[in-house]
Design a protein. Structure first.
Length: 409
């Protein structure tokens, strides 16, 4: 007899895991607090480490139909001057070159694939209010849809509901947090006609800006600021915020931003967090994705790590949930998942911690460092370099561990 599962959150981690569990006949109920996915997301980049697993689980063709931009490199600017270009190596990445995707369309695609299985159910607009605990074991949740509350029971409750996870909050599990010195303001403006398919990174004067072309012919701007300083940028208004951003870009983009001062989409603030639960498990419950380990936005790893968490979880959970073994043994399975995922999660979080401390500094040594880097880069005629698998960015893009889907059927 196969056990039943409730997954809280239909994001990339919850959605992919639900698809893999449902595919093997396990009863899966997914609770998603939003009615749909058409809202602002905080960066939608998929690296090879997230793309390759989609092919492994048989969703590559469906993913190809999701609106996206295939990125071919990075242009780096220091103090507004072009310093270097980095192209993505086709031989290294093949079909899995980094992409900026539409996360709403991506999630709807995953849900559509889940809906082909009769043992799958998605309850939209449903919030988890409480965990049902019996004899020190989670046995279900109290869910609320509109004004109606009801108890839902399952053999395993999986929290995949992100950084504000209601499951994490209900379990009160101990967490290790890293101090992050930055916040990010996300906004969009119409994209320049000749923007190409490269990410632009602007460094200097204590600021960091990322500009990326998106599938909807917009330019996604991520303005990295010192933590707690958003008020000084917000009060003058949206147009003045764009004027501030324009101070740190190259002349061509500066002119473009000036022409679109009144076309800015609603900017919103992402307060950056980096943390990890010391134990992702509790009897009858388990957490994955940002609910278990909130990732910094540095390196664009959120989507990728979530997908990889889901696939590793499925590799372990499907045999355990299909075997009819005692429920008490599930916690051994979930702890094996954490042990397998910890190495990559901890490694990526360490890589993410250092760059903001250097790039956001406006101290004399940072200004000197950026000055020297710019001189060196320009003296070398802005040599175009190709990413290698051994580079730090290569670790971000290719992943540090293999994730292989093992289809039990």
């Amino acid at each position: 007899m196969k056990h039943s599962v409730i997954i809280v959150g239909a994001g990339p981690a919850g959605g992919v895991l639900a698809y893999l569990l449902a595919k093997t006949g396990i009863k899966v109920t997914v609770l998603e607090r939003h009615i749909d996915f058409h809202r602002e997301f905080r960066g939608e980049i998929l690296m090879p480490s997230g793309l390759q697993p989609l092919a492994q689980i048989g969703l590559w063709q469906q993913f190809s139909d999701v609106p996206q931009v295939m990125l071919n490199g990075v242009n780096a600017f220091i103090n507004g001057h072009h310093a270097a270009s980095v192209t993505f190596d086709d031989q290294l990445f093949g079909d899995f070159s980094p992409r900026w995707v539409s996360q709403p369309h991506f999630l709807e695609m995953i849900v559509a694939q889940c809906n082909q299985f009769k043992n799958f159910e998605l309850l939209r607009g449903t919030r988890v209010r409480d965990l049902l605990i019996d004899n020190n074991r989670v046995v279900g949740v109290t869910a609320e849809t509109g004004q109606v509350r009801k108890a839902l029971t399952a053999d395993l409750v999986i929290g995949a509901d992100g950084r504000t996870s209601s499951v994490r909050r209900g379990l009160k599990l101990p967490v290790r947090s890293d101090v992050m010195p930055m916040d990010i303001v996300w906004l969009k403006v119409p994209a320049p006609v000749d923007i190409g398919a490269q990410i632009r990174v602007y460094i200097g004067h204590g600021r960091l800006l990322i500009a990326a072309p998106t599938y909807d012919h917009q330019l996604q701007l991520g303005f990295i600021i010192k933590k707690g300083s958003f008020k000084t940028f917000r009060e003058p208004g949206h147009a003045r915020l764009l004027d501030e951003i324009a101070k740190y870009v190259d002349p061509r983009l500066k002119d473009h931003l000036g022409q679109h001062r009144d076309s800015i989409s609603n900017p919103f603030l992402l307060s950056t967090v980096s943390d990890c639960l010391s134990d992702w498990s509790y009897p009858g419950s388990f957490l994955i994705g940002d609910a278990a380990h909130t990732m910094s936005p540095v390196g664009g790893q959120g989507l990728n790590i979530a997908i990889r968490d889901a696939i590793v979880s499925a590799n372990h959970l499907i045999p355990a949930l299909s075997s009819g073994k005692p429920l008490t043994l599930l916690i051994e399975t979930t702890r094996r998942i954490q042990a397998e995922r910890n190495a990559e999660v901890n490694s990526i979080q360490k890589l993410q911690a250092l760059p903001p401390k250097v790039l956001l500094s406006n101290a004399w040594w940072a200004r000197l460092l950026f000055f020297v880097l710019l001189k060196v880069a320009r003296g070398r005629h802005r040599v175009i370099k190709t990413i290698s698998a051994n580079s730090a960015f290569g670790k971000f893009t290719t992943g540090v561990t293999k994730v292989i889907w093992q289809d039990p059927g």
